[in-house]
Design a protein around this ligand. Structure first.
Ligand SMILES: [Zn+2]
Length: 380
């Protein structure tokens, strides 16, 4: 990516003040570091603030912090922690019910009392070395360019690698969202770890795999949804090891697809040996479907004239996946639930129209009619 003035970086590396605030409330820091010392020193005088006790109560039911991180990543900086209105369609159960409101309100109060943001830039500077290293690594890896070249799909949106020095084992998380304007927002929390040669680093050996996995969601989930969204409710039985990780048929399909794409990108980038190792590390490797997808993707790589994008090739992959137990009719209601805003519907229509140049699949036509009808309905 060229970083000419006016062109926004699509992959950013930053410290997130909301995630830092949660880390302070969760305390203590997992690794010794001048940054951790500065955090301790800054907030020690506020240990009796009620936000700590309330946070511990919420943590009992949210041990990995996923609910609170989800809430914070869709909000502005403390102390306001205002919901990001460009993410309106991503309001979850916690936003609708206000279940986290008492916790948010205590966090806001703690941020005000401790003048949380006043010291944030100075604390961030203590991680300059590690953040710059991650930024340089991400830039050199060219994840986005390689993913786009491979899939033929542009990822329209931003990817934030959030350096999370206070995040503990099991506390990292990845999220792929579609903003109301139809663009993507991907966030990956990145832990601070001991570096092999001493010191600390945010550069995880699995960074490439993680970024490509999430970017593949960002570029391809729309295609999967356009073809197969009605299979959201269809159960998937691939044995306990896989079914535990996949909520339903559609989710299972999506996870196999992005893992296969990621492994092929590793192969093209670092060689087949590295890809084999990646394959062995994937939880799905003992099942035949990932293997089948990998073989098909190699065929796709040889047939780019016929299949300019992976979306064009997608029906071939689905045909190699276990048949869904039931095939519900394409329902307009299901489509309404998927594309909530004019921006999201416009992005879906752009992809649909391109797919329909080469595909005569009746589902695409039905989907298009449903999305257009949703846009015309005054109730939405
Ligand atoms: Zn995934």
């Amino acid at each position: 990516m060229l970083s000419s003035p006016g062109v926004k970086e699509r992959l950013t590396v930053r410290l997130d003040p909301g995630i830092e605030l949660l880390g302070v409330l969760d305390g203590p820091a997992p690794l010794p570091h001048p940054y951790a010392e500065a955090v301790d020193k800054a907030f020690a005088p506020f240990r009796d603030h009620p936000a700590f006790a309330l946070n511990a109560e919420v943590a009992a039911e949210d041990p990995d912090g996923a609910r609170r991180k989800d809430a914070l990543l869709r909000r502005g900086a403390p102390p306001g922690l205002a919901f990001d209105e460009t993410m309106g369609a991503n309001r979850g159960e916690d936003e609708r019910s206000g279940a986290l409101e008492p916790w948010l309100s205590a966090a806001r109060d703690f941020a005000r009392a401790s003048r949380f943001m006043d010291g944030f830039p100075a604390r961030e500077r203590l991680l300059d070395k590690e953040i710059s290293e991650l930024r340089a690594r991400a830039k050199a890896a060219e994840h986005l360019a390689k993913l786009e070249r491979y899939t033929g799909e542009a990822y329209v949106g931003r990817y934030d690698l959030v350096a999370s020095p206070l995040c503990r084992d099991g506390g990292v998380l990845n999220r792929v969202w579609t903003r109301d304007d139809g663009s993507g927002l991907i966030v990956s929390l990145v832990k601070l770890e001991k570096a092999r040669g001493g010191g600390t680093t945010f550069v995880d050996p699995d960074l490439d795999a993680c970024v490509w996995h999430e970017l593949a969601h960002g570029a391809l989930d729309l295609t999967v949804n356009l073809y197969d969204h009605e299979r959201q409710e269809v159960p998937l039985d691939l044995g306990p090891a896989i079914s535990r990780n996949c909520r339903n048929w559609l989710h299972g399909l999506r996870e196999h697809l992005v893992r296969a794409v990621m492994i092929r990108l590793v192969a093209l980038d670092r060689g087949e040996k590295a890809a084999e190792q990646q394959y062995a590390e994937e939880g799905f490797s003992r099942k035949p479907h990932l293997k089948a997808f990998l073989e098909l993707l190699e065929e796709y790589e040889r047939s780019r004239k016929e299949f300019p994008t992976l979306s064009d090739f997608y029906p071939r992959l689905v045909a190699a996946f276990p048949k869904p137990a039931a095939s519900p009719e394409v329902s307009a209601a299901g489509t309404l639930g998927l594309f909530h805003t004019p921006g999201q519907r416009a992005a879906a229509l752009r992809r649909l129209d391109r797919l329909m140049i080469r595909s005569k699949d009746a589902r695409l036509l039905a989907r298009r009619a449903a999305i257009l009808a949703a846009g015309a309905s005054p109730a939405r």
